[in-house]
Design a binder for this molecule. Structure first.
Ligand SMILES: [Zn+2]
Length: 484
């Protein structure tokens, strides 16, 4: 059996065509051309913007000129991952789809149902003459997977709708109504290198194998930050020491799972240092006994380094990293259990004569995000940071439980399937937040058929969920059209 024989036929046929067009993130010329050809073939007005997003427009059906206009949106790029045994060429080869029981998967590569299936639903809807509704747009954005480029750069004339249906969610029966915005803060402290005192003994402290995790969706799960731990150890040592090296964390959007530092102490403090270190390890083991099972914290004697960091900077950096907030700052009052605002004290690095601290703050509420960002900045300025940079900021999408679109969506789902859908928001970025920057008054929801193991060669798409997602889309479009 091939995917073209699956139901709903139009959706799977279009999906099949999309999977034949190479579209790894960053190399989208072929899919852009295919989308333009699609619009021309179906006599749809279309527009390609400067970053390469492609929008197609269909006018309102007669009698529906006053109905709300709807944008159906998905991203055109896909994650290009393959098994070690695969010689698939993502720039030239079509994705090989395999119908496997209730699932469609690829042959040892990502399937690209994320978000090819979303796109297929949008294109099937905009070309379906049986759906009588107001103006409709199908919008395909570029490079969602590598930094939300398309959504970040979108302009208002590419979003001609009152409502937007984002088709990039992965759980049947779940409607997403909010996401977090984010902003990276970078603090740089100049330091002087001093010759390492010869009368000290040196120890290297190593933290490894902490759980880590996504700095948004995992921030409330109780995992330790190795960056916070190393700062805490150094800030609370009961003895005087010289700091020769510090290095913790890595990516700003990952909870730090490794850290290390080299310290020099007077030989007579060796015993005291060992006791303090062991006590610290025991404390951490106790505090995190539920969430952190595999971590290692070691301390070993090392040769004297050539230089150490000047005391003044070392003390200030350690104090700042220890005092800076990390973790959940506030929970949503709209959705139970949802983190609203958080920050991840991501890393401390030594680079080109500077110590660089990075933090990543998120919130669904823009003003809350900025409050936290400014709070961290205050700590760093108090500690005498020489440079403060804030970059890569993007807006969140605040859940609105009173949204008319949401109400119609919940009703439509319940009418079709007899149960209420789960309504949730995520503490991570989605394209929707960025669309709000260009079209602040648009109401949006995000949904999509069940996909599993996306971004991996095991990616698969649940066939019955595609039928449900399609029927829901059609029903919702009709409900919106019928709304007074
Ligand atoms: Zn996606």
């Amino acid at each position: 059996m091939t995917v073209r024989e699956l139901k709903p036929t139009r959706v799977w046929e279009i999906f099949d065509e999309i999977t034949k067009v190479p579209r790894p993130s960053g190399r989208l010329e072929k899919i852009q051309k295919w989308l333009v050809d699609f619009a021309q073939k179906h006599n749809l007005e279309y527009k390609v913007d400067e970053v390469g997003n492609v929008a197609m427009f269909r006018p309102a059906a007669p009698g529906f000129e006053n109905a709300k206009a709807v944008v159906l949106q998905g991203h055109m790029d896909m994650v290009a991952e393959k098994a070690a045994t695969s010689n698939h060429d993502f720039d030239n080869d079509p994705i090989e789809t395999i119908v496997d029981g209730e699932w469609v998967r690829a042959n040892n590569t990502t399937l690209g149902a994320d978000d090819g299936m979303g796109l297929a639903i949008a294109l099937a809807a905009i070309t379906d003459p049986d759906i009588k509704c107001g103006a409709m747009e199908a919008l395909a954005t570029v490079d969602e997977e590598t930094g939300l480029t398309g959504a970040s750069n979108i302009e208002a004339d590419m979003l001609r709708g009152d409502y937007l249906l984002n088709l990039d969610s992965e759980d049947d029966g779940v409607i997403t109504v909010g996401c977090a915005g984010g902003l990276v803060s970078i603090f740089k402290f100049d330091y002087k290198e001093e010759a390492a005192p010869g009368d000290l003994v040196y120890f290297q402290v190593n933290f490894s194998k902490f759980h880590g995790g996504h700095s948004g969706t995992d921030i409330n799960k109780g995992f330790a930050s190795a960056t916070k731990l190393i700062a805490r150890l150094l800030a609370t040592l009961p003895i005087d020491y010289k700091l020769a090296r510090i290095d913790s964390g890595n990516l700003h959007n990952a909870i730090a799972f490794t850290a290390e530092a080299v310290v020099g102490i007077k030989p007579e403090y060796k015993e005291k240092f060992a006791v303090a270190f062991n006590t610290f390890v025991a404390d951490v083991r106790n505090e995190y006994h539920v969430t952190e099972k595999n971590f290692e914290m070691e301390c070993k004697s090392v040769d004297a380094p050539a230089t150490v960091i000047g005391d003044c900077t070392a003390r200030r950096v350690i104090a700042a990293a220890f005092a800076a907030p990390h973790g959940v700052a506030s929970m949503s009052m709209e959705i139970e259990g949802l983190v609203e605002t958080s920050t991840n004290l991501a890393s401390i690095k030594m680079r080109n004569g500077q110590i660089v601290i990075e933090a990543f703050s998120r919130s669904a509420v823009e003003s809350r995000k900025m409050e936290l960002v400014k709070q961290i900045e205050s700590v760093m300025r108090l500690a005498g940071a020489n440079e403060v940079l804030q970059e890569g900021g993007y807006q969140g999408w605040e859940p609105r439980m009173d949204s008319k679109l949401l109400q119609l969506a919940v009703d439509s789902w319940e009418k079709l399937y007899g149960v209420k859908p789960v309504v949730e928001a995520i503490h991570a970025g989605l394209e929707c937040g960025l669309f709000l920057q260009a079209a602040p008054h648009m109401e949006m929801i995000s949904f999509g058929p069940t996909l599993q193991d996306v971004h991996s060669p095991q990616e698969r798409c649940h066939i019955p969920a595609v039928q449900k997602g399609w029927d829901f889309t059609v029903e919702l479009l009709r409900e919106i059209a019928a709304m007074k």
